[in-house]
Structure formats: structure tokens, C-alpha cells
Design a protein around this ligand. Structure first.
Ligand code: RM4
Ligand code: MN
Ligand code: MN
Length: 424
């Protein structure tokens, strides 16, 4: 299914008068409105290839209908999202769930939808059919060199696929760790992992980055070999300037101060990218902004502060990706909601009066500091994000239009009701 421009235009026309009223009301109070709108338009969020189908838990998976059956159909799905919001102009591939068999054809298809290739992801947390050695007891950390070599080889293959598609980064998330005390020699596990990552790092093309993603627990429940930002930073520092820490919002212990982590990583020039999602308990992979929108705003507040301090480009200097799982909602609707939540938090953070905040901090005026942050957070920025979309040729209300055009029904007609996408 392809969205036609006239469909977006008709939708926008019907909402335009009301939108203008609301936009002018909010814009009135924003001194640098054009700058804010331009930044919002430039900000793109990569969609993970593994999140276009219905996800599951270890208890079961309730497949949706009309799920993409191939990488081509996944790209078409992201094309639909991007046509609706002009904010999802990138895809992040997970190998081997989505192997581009004909890279040139895939590249052309993506370009037709205005989509580029973001970080490629390796997978050494599952055993694949015909795989020689098992990852049951880890991959890069493994006591057996043959297993480690196999995992290194896989990462090199992922880089190879990424190169063919014009990607410029690899995300390595390892499920390595241990489930019971005594199972693992922590020091040896770290050294093996470092050695493996060094070999992968050595194969990176000059313009590439490597993102080392950490996670506090699961699937290993006693220790994780890249368990927190300290360990990730240690690897990234030892690896070299092309290696960075990747922050996945769901990968922390409860109540971790993620905004502080972000601020310090940025200061150290070691923050590379983000996996957005939301959670109540752990790696819940829920819709961004559905549980803790204020925390998301505070994270963006530190991102902007830290990036501006270093003169970084908000849109291009870090990797912005969603990493979510859609167990009960339509994946495309869920992704539209997530992208919207990210943009709202970004817009709110752009409204923070930084000069006044700095002054309040200097004067230890704690009350004023809170007022400044919350004044920005409590601004209804939905009309600003909608205006940025309108100017980019997207829909004023992507979700409304998605439902009005019965996109999922169309996809079911094309693909059938019993389709299952690759992924978790
Ligand atoms: C992990 C982690 C990785 C993702 C896999 C599917 O928990 O978040 O980024 O690639 O899940
Ligand atoms: Mn992740
Ligand atoms: Mn995760």
C-alpha cells in the first residue's frame, strides 16, 4: 500500500483552521519559534526492523494480521509511517532476522520511500539453524575460543551487510553473563569480550561507529558482562574513538537517573546513540512516553544541554532509534505514538529557558529551577510538532489518518491475515 499526497493534503485541509488557531496560541510564547520548528523537522527517528510485527513474551505471542513477510514489506511499512509523519526516515536492521539478499534493490526501495539505513544490529543471543556452536553460555565472553570466533565472525558479516546498504554504525548488544554465582570468572569474561570487540572494531570502516549497548539483567539474571553504563564506557574507552555507549531506556535498574548518565556520557564524548522505549519495571519495551513522559523530557533536557555545550547537531550527531515490542497494539499505530512522544519531549526540552535555568543554578534557587523546567514540560507543544509536520508535507494527525484510511485493513488484504514477521 502506498499513501498518496492528495490523501494527506485532504486530511490536512480538513483540520487546518483549527490547527492554525492552536499553533498561533502556543507559538506566541516562543521567541525562537522558527528555530524550534526547523529542529523538529530535521529530527528523524530510526524504526527497528524487528518491531514491525507483533512481539511476544516468553509465555506466548498473539500474532497480528497483515504483518510484513519480508524485508521489502518492512521497508514499505516504514515508508507508510514516514509518509504520515516525515519523522521516521531511517531503518535499523537486525541480522540475521533481516538479511538484505539483494542490497542494491533494497537500497533503491528504501530511497524511494526516503529512508536511509541506520545502525545495523548483530545477534549472538540466539542460536540460528545450522550454526556450529551454541551461545547458551555466552558469545564473546565464552570460555571456548571457537564460540568466540564464531561470534566475531558474525559481527564482521553484519558490518559487511551494513556497508552494502550505506549504514555507518553497528550496535552490539550482548546477552552474555551468568545466571548463578560461581558460573563465570568475571575478569576473564570481560577480557574475552574486550578482545572480541577489539577484533570487530578493527574491521570498522573509517567513517563507522560502534555502539556498545548495556543491559542490567535478562536473559542472564546474576551478572551481565555489559551490565551498566560504567562497563559499557570501559569497553568503549579501551576500544577507541569510534566506540560509544548506547543507552536503551529500558536497560537500567529501577529508578536509575538516566538523565545524569546521559549528561556525563556526553561530557566524555562517549554517548553514541539511543534506544527509546518506556517501562514500568525493566526491559518492558512499551510505547515511548506511555509511562514516564516527564523522565523522557528530563533526558531530552540533558541531551540538548550537553549537545549544545559541544556544538553538536541534534539531528545527526547521535543515533536515535526506537527499540520496542508491540504485544497488544498494532505495531504501526504504536510506532506512530512513539515517534510522536519523542518529538513532544524534544520540543518541550527545546523550550527550556537555558539562560534562566543556569542563573537559577548559579544562585542555588532550587524552586526557580523547578519552575523553569516544568513551565516547559507543561506547555502543550502538540501544535508545534504538528506544524513542523505540516511544513514537511506530513499529516497533521498521523494516527487519525492511519485509521481513517484503514491502513491495516488494506495491508491484511494485500498480505493476508496469517502473517508473522521475523523478530522477537
Ligand atoms: C535487547 C536489546 C537490543 C535488541 C534486542 C532485540 O534487549 O534491547 O537492543 O536488539 O533486545
Ligand atoms: Mn535495545
Ligand atoms: Mn532491550
Amino acid at each position: 500500500m502506498q499513501l498518496e499526497k492528495y490523501q494527506v493534503d485532504e486530511h490536512n485541509q480538513s483540520l487546518l483552521a483549527e490547527h492554525k488557531r492552536r499553533f498561533e496560541f502556543t507559538a506566541h510564547g516562543v521567541a525562537n519559534i522558527e528555530d524550534v520548528l526547523q529542529k523538529l523537522t530535521a529530527f528523524q527517528i530510526a524504526i527497528p526492523s524487528w518491531a514491525l510485527g507483533t512481539g511476544g513474551t516468553r509465555f506466548g505471542r498473539f500474532a497480528g494480521a497483515g504483518e510484513p513477510r519480508s524485508l521489502e514489506e518492512k521497508i514499505e511499512d516504514i515508508g507508510l509511517l514516514h509518509a504520515l509523519n516525515k519523522s521516521s526516515g531511517a531503518i535499523s536492521l537486525h541480522i540475521p532476522w533481516d538479511i538484505p539478499k539483494n542490497a542494491d534493490a533494497i537500497k533503491i526501495l528504501a530511497a524511494q520511500h526516503g529512508i536511509r539505513f541506520d545502525a545495523v544490529n548483530s545477534n549472538t543471543f540466539q542460536d540460528q539453524k545450522d550454526q556450529k556452536h551454541s551461545y547458551k553460555f555466552g558469545s564473546l565472553q565464552h570460555v571456548n575460543k571457537a564460540v568466540r570466533d564464531q561470534a566475531i565472525e558474525h559481527n564482521l558479516e553484519v558490518i559487511h551487510y551494513g556497508k552494502a546498504l550505506g549504514s555507518d554504525s553497528i550496535t552490539v548488544w550482548l546477552s552474555d553473563g551468568s545466571c548463578f554465582p560461581g558460573q563465570l570468572n568475571f575478569r576473564k569474561a570481560f577480557q574475552h569480550t574486550l578482545d572480541g570487540l577489539q577484533q570487530v572494531y578493527a574491521a570498522l570502516p573509517d567513517n563507522w561507529k560502534m555502539f556498545v549497548e548495556y543491559k542490567a539483567f535478562e536473559p542472564n539474571f546474576y551478572s551481565m558482562t555489559v551490565g551498566d553504563w560504567g562497563q559499557s564506557l570501559l569497553y568503549a574507552s579501551k576500544l577507541g574513538p569510534k566506540a560509544y555507549t548506547l543507552v536503551d531506556l529500558g536497560h537500567h535498574l529501577p529508578n536509575a537517573n538516566i538523565e545524569q548518565i546521559v549528561s556525563l556520557l556526553l561530557m566524555e564524548k562517549k554517548l553514541g546513540g539511543f534506544h527509546f522505549n518506556d517501562s514500568k519495571y525493566g526491559d518492558d519495551d512499551l510505547t515511548v512516553g506511555s509511562i514516564r513522559p516527564y523522565q523522557l523530557f528530563l533526558i531530552f533536557n540533558e541531551l540538548i544541554e550537553g549537545m549544545d555545550a559541544r556544538g553538536m547537531n541534534h539531528a545527526t550527531d547521535l543515533g536515535w532509534m526506537i527499540d520496542a515490542s508491540h504485544n497488544v497494539k498494532d505495531p504501526l499505530e504504536d510506532l506512530l505514538q512513539s515517534v510522536e512522544a519523542i518529538k513532544l519531549a524534544y520540543a518541550q526540552a527545546l523550550l527550556v529557558n537555558r539562560r534562566e535555568l543556569e542563573q537559577a543554578q548559579q544562585e542555588n534557587d532550587v524552586t526557580r529551577a523547578q519552575e523553569i523546567l516544568q513551565a516547559a514540560y507543561r506547555t502543550d507543544v502538540r501544535p508545534l510538532v504538528a506544524e513542523a509536520r505540516l511544513r514537511a508535507g506530513a499529516a497533521l494527525q498521523p494516527l487519525t489518518l492511519f485509521r481513517k484510511l484503514k491502513v491495516r485493513t488494506e495491508l491484511v488484504k494485500e498480505r493476508g491475515a496469517k502473517t508473522v514477521a521475523t523478530g522477537l
